[in-house]
Design a protein around this ligand. Structure first.
Ligand SMILES: Nc1ncnc2c1ncn2[C@@H]1O[C@H](COP(=O)(O)OP(=O)(O)OP(=O)(O)O)[C@@H](O)[C@H]1O
Length: 250
């Protein structure tokens, strides 16, 4: 079981220079591919392309397949970046049931809430009654309610305190262990490498490198591209200014 992307290229209509790509990668079931890059690198457009939801002015070329058949957006589910994707007028359980309509099997909201480490009582709450961490878990529960085996998770730790962010990453590890294939888009490289198997690095829409997580170690000497090393060192510095010493720069 694998999701394969070959030479994905996104170009503004009437322009010759691509905004993004060409990008190629392969994601196996039970694996996680991380996608990182600076702001405006093209990460959200990649997610839009997978779901055939690109803005009308952007053209898509390349091949996207699931087990060698054309990729259907219905095979995947997106956990969006913004908690504003939740319906402010519906309690959590009702929203879970809506998403479960795509799922052939009956979905038990309480079981699903437990899966994302929320109490059954959370099902009766409206979005404005949820903390940031609870809201992100509800977004993940909606994503899982679809029953999709392939998940695109966009910035799950944004704005969360470190403990809750770590718990969410742990949840993604569990999903991976259950056989889900996960594309994880995040600026939080330090946490991303706790769950990812490989990391694709974008700079201004270009795939500068796809690196195994083992390369993100020390000062990043195992990373091939200077942009990847700079990204890694900047993240380490933000997390813990004492981790980089002048002597590591070789
Ligand atoms: N509808 C659009 N029309 C034209 N250009 C667009 C459109 N949407 C995005 N872009 C451009 O495509 C590039 C990639 O944008 P994208 O939103 O995918 O970046 P990103 O990596 O997700 O950034 P961030 O981390 O800040 O969310 C940017 O230069 C952006 O200005």
């Amino acid at each position: 079981m694998s999701l394969q992307v070959e030479a994905l290229t996104l170009t503004m209509k009437g322009h010759s220079q691509p905004l993004v790509g060409p990008l190629s990668w392969r994601l196996e079931a039970g694996q996680c591919m991380g996608l990182v890059g600076g702001s405006g690198a093209g990460k959200s457009l990649v997610a839009d392309a997978l779901f055939q939801a690109l803005p009308a002015e952007i053209e898509c070329q390349g091949r996207m397949t699931l087990n060698d058949a054309p990729l259907s957006p219905l095979s995947m589910a997106l956990m969006p970046q913004s908690i504003e994707a939740l319906d402010p007028l519906a309690p959590v359980t009702q929203q879970i049931r809506r998403f479960a309509r795509r799922n052939a099997e009956a979905v038990d909201p309480t079981r699903l809430l437990a899966q994302v480490q929320l109490e059954a009582e959370a099902g009766a709450l409206f979005p404005h009654q949820l903390s940031g961490g609870m809201a992100r878990r509800v977004l993940l529960a909606l994503t899982l309610a679809t029953g999709a085996d392939w998940l695109v998770i966009d910035e799950p730790t944004l704005g969360l305190d470190p403990t809750v962010a770590d718990q969410l990453i742990q949840l993604l590890s569990t999903l991976k262990a259950q056989g889900k294939g996960v594309l994880l888009i995040s600026h939080d490289l330090v946490r991303l490498i706790q769950v990812a198997d490989e990391v694709m690095i974008l700079a201004s829409g270009q795939q500068v490198e796809t690196a195994p997580v083992a390369a993100f170690d020390g000062s990043g000497g195992g990373l091939k591209h200077p942009f990847s090393r700079a990204l890694w060192q900047a993240q380490q510095w933000t997390q813990n200014p004492l981790t980089i010493h002048q002597g590591d720069e070789r």
